[in-house]
Design a protein around this ligand. Structure first.
Ligand SMILES: NC(=O)c1ccc[n+]([C@@H]2O[C@H](COP(=O)([O-])OP(=O)(O)OC[C@H]3O[C@@H](n4cnc5c(N)ncnc54)[C@H](OP(=O)(O)O)[C@@H]3O)[C@@H](O)[C@H]2O)c1
Length: 327
């Protein structure tokens, strides 16, 4: 699966699992953002067929996870399923949730999928714009807290950070993450900012973990109809429709064209997450951004590729979580 993303066909989770799923047998997998209508929910059901030992499924409320637990029980009752409550808009709750896993000695795959897109301006409990806080900063802390368990599962354990092609239009506003306390907030810019941060984080984390044989990737799952579109306004939907009809490409921050992705099923959305977890052919590209089950670093903008931005983001994140993250 290691050829360029642009030359890839869109593959299903079933296909990726048929090639590489065997390595998930007996593993402990933690997935955030699990719900009946989410990509993470599909991922949980898909990987359950590969006989992991334990799936730790996180959400804000158990009722969101229940339909997925029922599907897993029907598909593979031998899998141990554990619900972990986390509200990613509250850093204290992220810490509390990590402590709830004190009895879990190792996590083979930490897959951070939860996210929110283009909500009206709001701040997390900790005072950070909500997309930056939920999509990125909570992951920074969650990874920090759980890294010892991922290390305990190495070699070939993984940390997978869901990102988005919206990363290509995103700028991390280091001096004003909150857009003048919401007065200059543009929901699209906020989503781009959070995804730029997600991909920068994976890059620097992989660099810091060099030599430890822990896989780290950020990925774009492609376009999937899910709960994510709940904040789309009629104007935004009309704008996307008009763009699709015109055939005009979007432009990334470096002026390169971005084709609007076709909508796929959730299986195809989850497939690139599975690629990040287990595809052995991409091991030499640790830290890469994946799209269509392949390394797609050529799609990353100069803003996101700028290593000074990675270190600046890391330092800013340490300040925001109130403690160092020494890898
Ligand atoms: N779908 C797409 O087309 C697409 C494209 C590119 C990238 N992505 C990325 O893929 C990821 C998954 O998206 P999706 O399509 O599966 O969206 P989704 O159906 O909305 O799922 C997102 C999940 O994140 C959870 N979440 C949101 N805020 C949370 C919080 N504060 N604390 C804990 N959990 C929270 C949601 O829980 P609740 O149900 O409780 O809100 C939901 O289960 C996102 O990170 C998104 O940026 C998606």
């Amino acid at each position: 699966m290691s050829t360029a993303a642009s030359s890839q066909v869109i593959l299903s989770s079933e296909f990726i699992l048929s090639k590489y799923g065997e390595s998930l047998a007996g593993k402990t997998i933690l997935i955030t953002g699990v719900a009946g209508d989410s990509i993470a929910g599909e991922l949980a059901v898909q990987v359950s067929s590969a006989n992991p030992s334990t799936l730790i499924l996180t959400a804000r409320t158990g009722s969101r996870v229940d339909p997925i637990v029922a599907k897993i029980k029907a598909k593979n009752p031998a899998v141990n399923v554990r619900f972990l409550k986390i509200d990613l808009s509250d850093l204290k709750d992220v810490k509390r949730a990590a402590r709830d896993l004190d009895d879990v000695p190792k996590i083979d795959h930490l897959v951070a999928v939860a996210g929110v897109m283009m909500p009206p301006f709001a701040k997390t409990v900790d005072g950070v714009e909500s997309q930056f806080g939920v999509n990125y900063l909570a992951n920074f802390l969650l990874v920090k807290e759980l890294l010892p368990k991922v290390r305990a599962a190495a070699p070939k354990s993984s940390i997978v950070i869901c990102s988005s092609s919206a990363m290509r239009g995103g700028v991390v506003n280091f001096d004003d993450l909150n857009y003048n306390d919401g007065k200059d907030y543009d929901p699209r810019a906020g989503y781009g900012q959070s995804n730029a941060a997600r991909t920068m984080f994976a890059k620097l984390l992989a660099e810091k973990l060099q030599g430890e044989d822990i896989r780290v990737f950020s990925i774009d799952p492609g376009a999937v109809a899910s709960g994510l579109q709940r904040h789309f306004t009629p104007e935004f939907i009309d704008m996307i429709k008009a763009l699709r009809e015109s055939g005009e490409p979007l432009r990334d921050l470096d002026g390169r064209s971005i084709a609007l992705p076709p909508f796929t099923g959730a299986s195809e959305g989850a497939a690139t997450l599975i690629t990040a977890m287990v595809d052995p052919t991409i091991e030499g590209s640790n830290g890469a951004y994946l799209h269509h089950n392949a390394v797609a670093d050529d799609e990353i903008t100069s803003h996101v590729l700028n290593r000074e931005h990675w270190t600046k983001l890391w330092a800013l994140s340490e300040k925001l979580i109130g403690e160092p993250f020494n890898v």
